[in-house]
Design a protein around this ligand. Structure first.
Ligand code: MG
Length: 370
């Protein structure tokens, strides 16, 4: 039987690669819905090729060849076996909750879902018996390593270190958008690439790992591994360390997430060779240079609305950086200031989370214009 899937964000980096996987595994999947933002030409091209029943975009009237259905409608359609949430930003949160409430498994590529509302989403998924299968390479690696979470002592999340790993703080201060977007290992969307350069991305991943695997922040370690071959690891109570390795291609974790618990050859292009890779390096992150990582740990430990604040301030500042309005380190000072000024609310509801998110964004914009 073919697995029925919908992809939220099918024209983005993860969405496009997911469709490449599905193209290789045509006999394994049937597409229920595809949704996009403004890239309507690509969406229509995807509709012609993959023939989903439903589609959605910011200008739905321009959709050709599929029935228009809103995100919430697609996510409540019980025909779906799994929904790949590959949109970026807070827009991913409500549809994910809708899908979980309808008992549909989630392949999760959207960071905000757990960073903003992990305390709501994970218990809900548990209650509904829904699998949340992470797409991000690090969490996907941990997901593959864990047999019994109660026997795990520590999660070890690897970080490539981004384009500024060997650069000075001074170089980072004067970094152009172009230099920041030149990620040495991974080809990703712009926002996440900026976050990878500041290591905020790693910080957000630590918060996600805390929610996904129920681990204390003290038991989540970040290690810089420039080759990006070890995608993450876990240490069991007896000292055994299990790591997941692979070439740095997002196709592998995407395919794992959407075909789970099965595995297929699918997208695999070549065999892994230790001798070709020759060496793997590891080092501690430079906490002074990459302040964002520390801020993310602090926000995670504070809990409640602190991670909502962290995420909102960061995203607003990153947009400004990408628009050429501010410098790279202004992102860090904006987040730092917003975190200092924010009064944390414990256990915020989804509505409160969205309110706080809007409020912090407005304040961040105000701060950055002064
Ligand atoms: Mg990652």
């Amino acid at each position: 039987m073919r697995k029925k899937i919908s992809i939220l964000g099918s024209t983005g980096s993860i969405g496009r690669q997911a469709l490449e996987v599905i193209e290789k595994l045509q006999d394994k999947f049937e597409i229920i819905g595809l949704t996009a933002g403004s890239n309507i030409d690509l969406l229509n091209e995807q509709i012609r090729k993959f023939k989903p029943k439903y589609a959605f975009a910011s200008k739905p009237e321009l959709i050709e060849g599929a029935k228009v259905a809103a995100l919430e409608e697609i996510c409540s359609n019980k025909e779906n076996d799994i929904i790949l949430v590959a949109v970026s930003g807070k827009i991913g949160l409500r549809p994910t909750i809708t899908a979980i409430n309808n008992g549909i498994d989630i392949a999760l590529a959207n960071k905000e879902t757990l960073v903003m509302a992990g305390d709501i989403v994970m218990p809900l998924a548990g209650k509904q018996g829904v699998n949340i299968i992470p797409v991000d390479s690090e969490h996907c690696a941990i997901h593959q390593c864990i047999k019994d979470i109660t026997q795990v002592d520590k999660l070890i999340i690897t970080a490539s270190g981004g384009p500024f790993l060997r650069k000075s703080v001074e170089d980072m201060k004067n970094a152009t958008v172009e230099q920041t977007l030149a990620h040495p290992r991974w080809n990703m969307g712009k926002k996440i690439t900026v976050d990878s350069a500041t290591l905020m991305n790693k910080g957000l991943e630590v918060i996600e790992a805390h929610h996904l695997f129920g681990m204390d922040y003290d038991d989540i370690e970040v290690v810089v591994h420039p080759q990006s071959i070890v995608h993450s690891a876990i240490e069991y109570v007896d000292g055994s360390v299990i790591a997941q390795l692979g070439l740095p291609s997002m196709h592998i974790p995407i395919q794992y997430a959407i075909t789970y618990p099965e595995r297929f050859e699918g997208i695999k292009s070549r065999s892994f060779s230790f001798s070709e890779i020759a060496r793997l390096d590891f080092e501690e992150p430079d906490w002074d240079k990459f302040k964002a990582l520390k801020m993310a740990y602090n926000a995670g430990r504070e809990g409640g609305s602190a991670t909502v604040c962290l995420n909102a301030a960061n995203e607003e500042a990153v947009f400004d950086f990408l628009a050429g309005k501010i410098k790279l380190f202004d992102i860090i000072s904006a987040v730092e200031t917003m975190m200092e000024r924010h009064t944390v609310i414990k256990n915020p509801s989804i509505d409160e989370i969205f309110e706080i998110d809007c409020e912090i964004r407005a304040k961040t914009r105000e701060f950055l214009r002064i």
